[in-house]
Write a protein that binds this ligand. Structure first.
Ligand code: ZN
Length: 341
């Protein structure tokens, strides 16, 4: 038997220690992936969404843990077929976000529009355009013509909010995205986003994962200042812990001055074989990072972190200690404003 510590707790921390939490109100997780899982899902990837053996056990575990951390509602990206099943089981604890994508570059635009129609029939509250650099070879640009058309159709159907994933960690542009001719530079990821923000000023846009650029609070500020209809979610816990902690003063200042423009998110994904403590670790780290001034080695494994020789294997988690008023907006009121109950 390996004695390597689990990825969700490499420092052996006691996650029941929560006396550093300062907030006792409700939380909305605007960015998560609660799906049915199956025994033959890929072990480390997202659920595949079809076949026998569908289970809600992981969704039940995740949402139980969510409630323990104060999360009263979770907005999930899942397959259309999951929506009625999840809604029947969890009711108002979930809202739905429809991912509008293509499986291959040559898939016809109509396939994406059919996906949109299906999501709209299921009453999604918002839609998502995933446009990470690794999707470029599938044509998944945020401002692809079929996405502009999908945004228009969604708006006509009453959708008011679109979430986007643009860019990825700075660290990846040195490694997986080092081929800039193929993936574009990090700066180039924002050209399409700006175009969409300008084409659709009447929609609200959510930049997932701190707009993809937590490494550059000055860039986030420029975007927030220029585009009053842009908000950013805090999801992708490892990334935020690693890169927000060393910039906590700048981010505390930014998030305080733009307190109406940030949304709590985790990016947790239900997977068939996850342990309960995996979910615990992400809620614990998110809350610790934003609302507390806790400091210590991050308890979660992070393969993007380059430890210094002889240093701890995970980055420092240094809480921003945002004020109670700012936290209440980020954790709850901003999301409630976008998604009325
Ligand atoms: Zn996500």
């Amino acid at each position: 038997m390996s004695t390597a510590p689990p990825e969700y707790n490499v420092t052996g921390i006691d996650y029941r220690r929560r006396d550093h939490f300062r907030y006792a109100g409700p939380i909305i997780d605007i960015h998560a992936h609660v799906l049915q899982t199956r025994p033959d899902d890929p072990p480390s990837g997202p659920p595949k969404g079809f076949g026998p053996g569908a289970s809600l056990a992981q969704a039940e575990t995740m949402l139980e843990v969510a409630a323990e951390f104060g999360v009263v509602q979770t907005v999930t990206m899942c397959f259309p077929d999951d929506i009625p099943v999840l809604r029947a089981r969890f009711g108002d604890a979930l809202r739905f976000n429809g991912m509008i994508s293509k499986k291959t570059a040559d898939e016809p635009d109509d396939a994406a529009y059919r996906t949109l129609d299906t999501f709209l029939q299921h009453g999604v509250a918002l839609i998502k355009f995933w446009a990470a650099p690794r999707g470029r070879d599938r044509g998944l640009f945020v401002d692809a013509p079929w996405r502009i058309e999908a945004a228009k159709r969604a708006r006509a159907a009453g959708v008011k909010v679109i979430m986007v994933h643009v860019a990825d960690p700075d660290a990846w542009f040195q490694t997986v995205y080092a081929d800039a001719a193929k993936f574009g530079t990090k700066a180039e990821q924002y050209v399409g986003l700006r175009r969409m923000l300008e084409l659709f000023p009447d929609l609200t846009w959510i930049g997932a994962h701190m707009g993809g650029d937590v490494e550059h609070p000055d860039h986030l500020e420029a975007l927030l200042e220029q585009y009053p209809h842009l908000l950013l979610d805090t999801s992708a816990t490892k990334w935020q812990v690693r890169e927000a902690s060393p910039r906590r003063a700048a981010l505390r200042s930014l998030m305080t001055r733009y307190a109406d423009r940030f949304l709590f998110g985790t990016d947790l994904v239900t997977r068939h074989t996850l342990q309960r403590e995996h979910y615990v670790s992400r809620y614990w780290c998110q809350r610790t990072l934003w609302e507390s001034t806790w400091e210590g080695p991050s308890p979660i494994a992070d393969s993007d972190y380059q430890p210094p020789p002889g240093g701890p294997p995970t980055p420092l988690l240094a809480g921003l200690g945002l004020s109670a008023e700012v936290i209440a907006r980020i954790y709850y009121h901003n999301a409630r404003r976008l998604l009325p109950a």
